[in-house]
Design a protein around this ligand. Structure first.
Ligand code: FES
Ligand SMILES: [Fe+2]
Length: 343
């Protein structure tokens, strides 16, 4: 006798199963508060998430705070210059320890009852220590896994999640070249849309020729090839030779659009690297954090590339907002997806 199949989880009245091939999630998966809350625990808390870059924590004592799902975390450089990650929560009563970014001298001091920790997470100081009946040696800051590829720092709060190298896959091969690039510019956007709509749009090659003028012109039609890895997807396309310096072989000049699950969109081209991180703020709100790096040879075209990015992103934002508005339509069935163009 066959065992009963495991029922699909019910969230906000939705049976959320993996959609049938060629079908999207139901519209309510993009508009439900409850689905959003479950995603924070079931997706973000179990994934490697980009949190900041090496340039954000340049020297011993530098720290940067971030959030993975609902969990506040700290990335810092200890006194030996090693990168470390911790939950940003005191082992006494749980108060958040650090805010924003900056430099902590030799210790992290809790603003509540003044417990202090070394930059290695060890508990150092406890006022009125005699009043506690506990093993202070066990009360270190809770460590968080940290991984680096190119200029980017990722963190993971799930000790059972796959190894970082497995998660980032083929991107690691570009790490040295990307780390050698110079910081070019950064930008943030906030918009009233569910984070998955922006990520899906970034994986959607179908809309490019209908929505983007500059981007369409910059690519050679029908040269795109998509590869899938366990936690990433990449599409390579040839760059229009008119956009290349004369000494560049057009056959080697590819742009590599990527998606590292769940929310990072790295785009690599021969002279520059730009990523978009899609931060989930609420079921109907996201923030884009964008940073760009380039090589000295490509720096002359920095402003041009930035203008092209802003132009293209404005076009993407318009269709993402339009999709969010449409998905509120009561009674709208789940959408359908093209087999190759909308991986
Ligand atoms: S919560 Fe941090 S010292 Fe009390
Ligand atoms: Fe687009």
């Amino acid at each position: 006798m066959q065992p009963n199949p495991v029922p699909d989880p019910m969230i906000d009245g939705l049976a959320l199963a993996v959609p049938a091939p060629g079908h999207n999630l139901p519209p309510a998966a993009f508009t439900s508060r409850d689905v959003f809350e479950v995603e924070q625990r079931a997706i973000f808390a179990k994934s490697w998430i980009h949190v900041c870059d090496l340039r954000d924590v340049p020297a011993p004592g530098s720290f940067m705070t971030a959030q993975i799902g609902r969990s506040p975390i700290i990335i810092l450089r200890d006194r030996a210059g090693e990168l470390r990650g911790f939950l940003n929560a005191c082992r006494h009563r749980g108060a958040q320890l650090l805010d924003g970014s900056g430099t902590c001298d030799k210790q992290i001091k809790c603003p509540y009852h003044a417990w202090s920790y070394g930059l290695d997470g060890k508990l150092l100081g406890v006022p009125y220590r005699d009043e506690f009946d506990c093993n202070f040696d066990e009360l270190r800051l809770v460590p968080v896994r940290v991984g680096v590829v190119g200029p980017m720092i990722f963190a993971c709060i799930d000790p059972t999640a796959p190894a970082f190298e497995t998660w980032v896959g083929g991107l690691a091969a570009y790490g040295t070249a990307l780390e050698a690039m110079d910081f070019a510019w950064e930008k943030t956007y906030e918009l009233e849309a569910n984070w998955k709509i922006f990520v899906e749009n970034a994986n959607d090659g179908y809309h490019v020729q209908f929505v983007h003028d500059v981007l369409t012109d910059a690519l050679v039609p029908d040269t795109d090839v998509t590869t899938l890895e366990p936690h990433s997807a990449y599409t390579f396309a040839n760059i229009n030779p008119a956009y290349l310096p004369p000494d560049k072989d057009p056959a080697d000049a590819k742009i590599r659009f990527g998606h590292i699950f769940p929310n990072l969109i790295p785009v690599i081209s021969p002279g520059d690297f730009t990523y978009i991180r899609v931060d989930p703020i609420a079921h109907d709100r996201l923030r884009l954090f964008v940073r760009s790096y380039d090589t000295p040879e490509a720096a002359d075209f920095r402003e041009l590339r930035k203008a092209a990015f802003e132009h293209t992103t404005k076009q993407d934002i318009a269709v993402v907002l339009r999709t969010m508005r449409g998905l509120y339509a009561e009674g709208l069935p789940a959408g359908v997806l093209a087999s190759e163009l909308e991986i």
